[in-house]
Design a protein around this ligand. Structure first.
Ligand code: NAD
Length: 285
């Protein structure tokens, strides 16, 4: 009888690239990876921060973590990053598509239109700037598609590999004000299913996590009140709609991430796991 306890030990020594890995959530995910011995390349458009985060985590966990410059919207930049990762760490076995986010330029000022906003179209859907909209949509959708195209080719050769996409609560039910981000994250769930099916017979699994609400750079301006430092009415609404009654801590993402990356979940592909304190289960009453 095999009495070996289930563990994430299979991940030790594997090579992972995480895009946007220098961000708030990415940093905590990298720490989770480092804790089980994964070798990580933090591929971020901001090389300076990627290097800094990599050095800090490498020291803290005595792990192999490097910073790499990459723009998830530029295939040539991704190919260059891949060559550098292959040279420094070896073939890529795990990809986490972490780059993404919203931007004020793709955000409406009002949540819902009423009679008073009919005369102020600039505050509504009608005033959205298409360049802002396009940028947010591209960063979240194309910024997942292109790295998947470039960084999974070693996995094809090995006939084994795993991809993790980062979705959002907005993918199930769009939040007011952020139509580009919501639509793009819905497209991530759809793409996760599509590519999981496409790659299922060549040994590559693709799943996603859908984080609930965490206070980070991209949403700070929406959920905190600049003057008081407390929650904005929107931030309070989120807490009220999260059955656990709080925002998440970025480290809450580590467990589900390791589960989906490890062989422990070797028969799991094409799913999205919400990590949300119950938000997606709650009907609001
Ligand atoms: P963040 O803004 O802290 O980090 C994003 C990182 O991506 C940054 O390091 C940035 O330099 C990098 N980046 C931006 N554009 C890039 C590009 N073109 N190429 C390469 N790197 C680029 O964001 P975060 O809050 O850590 O979010 C990480 C992921 O989680 C995103 O996909 C986000 O949409 C998603 N998410 C966040 C929350 C939340 O509450 N913060 C909730 C659900 C989902």
């Amino acid at each position: 009888m095999n009495m070996k306890p289930i563990s994430f030990n299979d991940l030790s020594g594997r090579v992972c690239v995480i895009t946007g890995g220098a961000g708030v959530l990415g940093t905590e995910i990298v720490k989770g990876l480092a804790s089980v011995g994964v070798k990580v390349a933090i591929a971020d458009i901001n090389k300076e921060v990627a290097d800094k985060v990599a050095a800090e985590i490498a020291k803290e966990y005595n792990a192999t973590i490097i910073g790499i410059e990459a723009n998830v919207l530029d295939k040539e930049s991704l190919k260059k990053a891949k060559a550098e990762i292959n040279e420094k760490l070896g073939p890529i076995e795990i990809l986490i598509n972490g780059a993404g986010g919203n931007h004020p330029s793709a955000t409406t000022k009002v949540e819902q239109m009423d009679e008073s906003s009919i005369d102020k179209p600039e505050d509504t859907f009608y005033g959205l700037q298409m360049d802002g909209f396009d940028k947010v949509f591209a960063l979240n959708f194309k910024g997942t598609l292109l790295p998947t195209m470039v960084f999974t080719t070693d996995m094809l050769k090995a006939k084994k590999g795993v991809v993790l996409n980062i979705s959002s609560m907005n993918s199930y039910r769009p939040l007011t004000k952020i139509p580009a981000y919501s639509a793009a994250k819905a497209s991530i769930n759809n793409f996760t299913e599509w590519i999981a099916v496409h790659l299922a017979k060549v040994g590559i699994r693709v799943n996603a996590i859908a984080p609930g609400f965490f206070i980070t750079n991209q949403n700070r301006f929406l959920v905190l009140d600049e003057k008081t430092g407390g929650f904005s009415p929107r931030g309070q609404k989120i807490v009220n709609n999260t059955p656990m009654g709080k925002f998440g801590e970025p480290k809450d993402l580590q467990g589900a991430t390791l589960f989906l990356l490890s062989d422990v979940s070797s028969f799991v592909t094409g799913i999205v796991i919400p990590i949300d304190g119950g938000y997606s289960a709650f009907g609001g009453v």
